[in-house]
Structures are given as structure tokens and as C-alpha cells.
Design a protein around this ligand. Structure first.
Ligand SMILES: [Zn+2]
Length: 248
């Protein structure tokens, strides 16, 4: 059984047997996977705090051929994102990232850019105290790297230039013009707002947040991008609903 070392972000853990857990991990060198952490539920487990949700860790994994579930040999903490989650809003944001990852990131596909995105967004949640732009940035780049980011300037149906506003509704994969939106009971979004957000997302997240104020309409764009994620995930996101409820 070959032992492999990789960096990883702990998406979450599930209880398995009396003493064990399954760790759902997004790893840097092996992609997203699940591994059994034997004994992880014991009080004095050798994993310590390394398996807390969203921890950035170094893990050693036994790779078994023809087996879906791998085995975790050990995990050590590189950077913790635990304390920030004492703030309930940040905890929900962190859980949202984990839920989207489990729904959208393909298993066993290495994606270095996506891994760096996760770290940048988690660090920004930890240090900026802001929620909207880190999540917006996460949604934008996750969709973009998955090839699902739509054209913001043309109607998805007739390909005409959108005049200033676009429309979308449940199940949309892009924006519609005023004539094509018939029957879509949807939301309107301004192209000016999406352009400002897209410009921000072209910068490193840390710089966008430290050097500029959040552009007006961030929440509108986030709503649209989260609808797109739900469309492609083919399900409603539990944490999205929880965040909306918490925001009141
Ligand atoms: Zn159209």
C-alpha cells in the first residue's frame, strides 16, 4: 500500500463507526476524496485538531487500488480556520464553501488554481471580517474554473447585446434579454453592477478588499452566481438558505 503525502483542506468529517470518522478532503495533489480516519472519534486521537472543518492540513494517505475509500494515516495542522468560525456568519460562510466543494468539485481531479482559491477565500474570511466579497469571489472563480461562468453581455437565448439589464430565473444558466425572458419569473440584474464585480474578481482577493470598497450591488451578483451554482449542482444548497435566514 503506497503512502502518499499531500496538502488538503478538510471539508468536513462524518462519523463512521464508534471510534472512526470519514474525512471529506480537497487535496492539493490528489483532488477531492474521502478517507477513513481510524480512531478519530477517540478523545486522545492522533489527529488532534487537524480534522476540524476547513483546517488546512498536511495528510498522509494510504492509497488502495480499486477501493473508493482511502485510509488516512496521519494529519498535521498547517493553518487553522477554526477560531474565525466562532462568528456564526463566518461559520455559515465556511460551511457554504465546504458544501459547494462537495457538490461541484469532481472527485480525484487535481486542480491547483482551485486549491489556491480555497486558501485565499478562507484567509480573507479570517482576516477581513467581510463575507460578501470573499464568497462572491469564491462563486465567480469556482464557476469560471468549472467552465460554467456565463456571458454577462449577451442574451443566452438570442445572443443579442444586453441593453443594460439582464434577467434570470430558477434553472438559468445565463442572462436573458427583455424579449426572451417571457415566462421567466425572474430577477433583474444590472450589467453595470456585474461589470464592477467582474473587474474586482480579476484582482487578487486580498487587494480587492484592502484597496477598494465593495461595489454597490455585490449582493445582487452573489444571488445570481449562487443561482447558477444551484443550477449546475442540480440541487438547493442547505447553507445558502441558512445564510439568507441569518441575514434576515
Ligand atoms: Zn434574447
Amino acid at each position: 500500500m503506497p503512502l502518499r503525502e499531500t496538502e488538503a483542506i478538510v471539508l468536513r468529517t462524518y462519523r463512521l463507526a464508534e471510534a472512526d470518522k470519514i474525512a471529506s478532503l480537497f487535496t492539493r495533489q490528489m483532488g477531492r476524496l474521502r478517507a477513513v480516519a481510524a480512531g478519530a472519534r477517540r478523545t486522545k486521537s492522533r489527529y488532534g485538531a487537524a480534522l476540524e472543518p476547513l483546517s488546512y492540513v498536511r495528510v498522509f494517505i494510504f492509497e488502495r487500488e480499486h477501493r473508493d475509500l482511502l485510509r488516512l494515516n496521519s494529519a498535521e495542522l498547517i493553518e487553522s480556520f477554526f477560531d474565525m468560525q466562532k462568528d456564526y456568519r463566518i461559520q455559515l460562510a465556511a460551511q457554504y464553501i465546504a458544501e459547494v466543494a462537495e457538490r461541484m468539485v469532481p472527485e480525484r481531479e487535481v486542480n491547483e488554481r482551485l486549491f489556491r482559491l480555497f486558501l485565499a477565500v478562507l484567509r480573507s474570511l479570517k482576516h477581513s471580517g467581510e463575507i460578501t466579497r470573499p464568497l462572491l469571489y469564491f462563486d465567480f472563480w469556482l464557476l469560471r474554473l468549472a467552465g460554467f461562468l456565463p456571458d454577462f453581455e449577451h442574451c443566452q437565448n438570442c445572443a443579442r447585446n444586453l441593453p443594460g439589464d439582464g434577467y434570470y430565473g430558477p434553472g438559468s444558466e445565463g442572462l436573458l434579454c427583455d424579449s426572451c425572458r417571457t415566462g421567466v419569473t425572474g430577477q433583474r440584474i444590472s450589467l453595470q453592477v456585474t461589470a464592477a464585480v467582474r473587474a474586482g474578481c480579476q484582482k487578487p482577493l486580498e487587494r480587492w478588499i484592502s484597496e477598494e470598497k465593495a461595489p454597490a450591488g455585490c449582493r445582487e451578483v452573489r444571488h445570481f452566481l449562487e443561482d447558477l451554482i444551484e443550477t449546475h449542482a442540480e440541487r438547493k444548497l442547505v447553507t445558502r438558505a441558512m445564510m439568507e435566514e441569518a441575514a434576515g
